[in-house]
Design a protein around this ligand. Structure first.
Ligand code: CA
Length: 230
């Protein structure tokens, strides 16, 4: 399992320990020592998960978690809070702020990575290696293979990522800007019509088995992947 993880931790030694272990586990790590630096990273590209220390200089981790949940663009980013606090009340506060989970310091790197895996499996299935199937269309990330009713489907790397996103998020409408954020990881440097180009290629790839009919254009809004063939 991989993915870009933003580590927001002001303690240099802890930040280093976390970063080294996450990189070792195959993640791309972005580092921030406070909320301001975290915001700069998030503005440039959405991370796949945020590890957020509770006690930060300036804006607290809890306040930043609320801020991420309140904004349309960032509301779905998985968040794990790191906390030295462990009273019942504070655990509840961490979860109420919108965090998906919390890890109490001191923690072992193995425990942290296991928690990240669990949250990603739940919140970001497109980052796991689990094979997914909808209406006879199957995508296997480990083998990097797509099949439609058992027949091989040839797709480029971007179309593969796009389909992986859609197949793990069916029945929801995504705008071009959202797809750029989620699939390209960057909404700033790629033009929105790029999305249309790759959608067209994906449809062409799925056409021989009729699975292109799973991908709807929602006029004026974006695209939706259906769970069942019409
Ligand atoms: Ca701290």
């Amino acid at each position: 399992m991989s993915g870009a993880i933003l580590v927001v931790e002001d303690e240099p030694a802890i930040q280093e320990l976390i970063a080294v272990n996450l990189e070792h586990a195959g993640h791309h790590v972005l580092r921030a020592a406070n909320v301001q630096q975290a915001e700069e990273h998030v503005r440039a590209a959405l991370p796949d998960l945020v590890l957020l220390d509770w006690m930060l200089p300036g804006t607290s981790g809890v306040a930043y978690a609320r801020q991420l949940r309140a904004a349309e663009r960032t509301r779905d980013i998985p968040i794990i809070m790191l906390t030295a606090r462990a009273t019942e009340q504070e655990k509840i506060l961490a979860l109420e702020s919108g965090a998906d989970d919390y890890v109490t310091k001191p923690f072992s790197p193995r425990e942290l990575i296991a928690r990240i895996k669990a949250v990603m499996r739940r919140r970001a299935p497109q980052l796991t290696d689990d094979a997914v199937e909808i209406a006879g269309l199957r995508l296997d990330p480990t083998a990097h293979r797509i099949t439609g009713n058992g027949k091989a489907v040839a797709a480029g790397p971007t179309e593969f990522r796009l389909l992986h996103w859609f197949i793990t998020h069916p029945e929801r409408v995504y705008s071009r800007a959202q797809l750029l954020d989620e699939v390209w990881g960057d909404h700033v440097f790629v033009e929105e019509r790029t999305v249309d180009v790759h959608i067209r290629r994906l449809r062409q790839a799925l056409e021989p088995t009729g699975h292109d009919r799973l991908l709807d254009t929602v006029r004026g809004t974006g695209y939706r992947f259906c769970r069942e063939l019409p």
